[in-house]
Design a binder for this molecule. Sequence first.
Ligand SMILES: NC(=O)c1ccc[n+]([C@@H]2O[C@H](COP(=O)([O-])OP(=O)(O)OC[C@H]3O[C@@H](n4cnc5c(N)ncnc54)[C@H](OP(=O)(O)O)[C@@H]3O)[C@@H](O)[C@H]2O)c1
Length: 323
Amino acid sequence: MKAIIITKPGGSEVLNFEEKPTPIPNKNEVLISIKAAGLNRSDVAQRKGKYPAPKDAPQDILGLEVSGIIEACGEDVKRWKKGDKVVALLSGGGYAQFVTVDAGSCLPIPKNLSFVEAASLPETVFTVWNNIFQRGALKSGENFLVHGGSSGIGITAIQIAKALGAKVFATAGSDEKCEACKNLGADICINYKDENFEDILKNEGVDVILDMIGGDYVEKNINILNPDGRMVFINAMKGNPKELNIMKMMQKRIMITGSTLRSRDLDFKSALAKEVEKHVWPLVEQGKFKPIIHQVFPLKEAGKAQELMESSEHIGKIILSNE
Ligand SMILES: NC(=O)c1ccc[n+]([C@@H]2O[C@H](COP(=O)([O-])OP(=O)(O)OC[C@H]3O[C@@H](n4cnc5c(N)ncnc54)[C@H](OP(=O)(O)O)[C@@H]3O)[C@@H](O)[C@H]2O)c1
């Protein structure tokens, strides 16, 4: 098969389009003929050598999510058969023509979605469901804030939170991005380059914050959280906070949590897949949550696709296609 291989850390030039042996599924795995693969910010971090693949993941092929057609099944696989159209959450190996993955990490492609649209879902939807609704326990009628509203994570969080009855706030880095966030359902979107989100949201109050920024956002988040608010981290692009006001956190009974999806075991991912199928797939099929595709590149242009992601000009998801 053809795949994008990474042999050393570096810029987009270290991504090479090469021949690799097609993987063979073990008894619990399926072999997927990949039609499309989603890009994620952590792919860029891995390419730069800042986010090593887990030991049991493909070491030299990036890619955390795909859509495609099942080509073969291991002997213990019950749910799937050759020819089924699926999406899959991976721990690596998506920038290729074929990949093997645990059967429990696959879901059927939601009705009416193309392979490109479907490939944009697993990493962001699994992350959003786990962090906002399971860890953050967001409920209908509560106020929710996502930073990085135009990111793949952001466009997913805004739509699902809105569809499930939350009032939604977002931050993003341009007026155009804020407009896009509002079109997806954000009640208020703050261009953080022009305005301080704390000033605008302190009178609203927020119950759950999904934060990928960290740094000086932590104190501002604590200031705008309601009593019993939850602050959930999925990254810290600005690093650790210099200070944490523990007394204010205690007075408001704020809960601080966070998680990384990639390192979780297969049982966890399989259980999460079932929850996503039950709660999110119906929203996709009812058109309440739509994939937002910024641009599609052929697989061999993965380097260009990652350069676009690093520019942060995109709104929504960037996809690699094998078709
Ligand atoms: N923990 C987990 O399990 C998990 C899973 C998936 C993703 N994540 C994290 O979630 C975040 C979003 O992922 P994604 O794939 O959706 O990313 P993405 O589409 O590339 O979007 C990232 C956006 O963040 C904004 N941003 C704000 N401050 C930034 C900074 N200091 N450096 C770079 N970008 C900054 C940029 O938009 P603006 O113009 O608004 O600044 C950028 O477009 C990433 O940090 C990723 O690592 C975590």
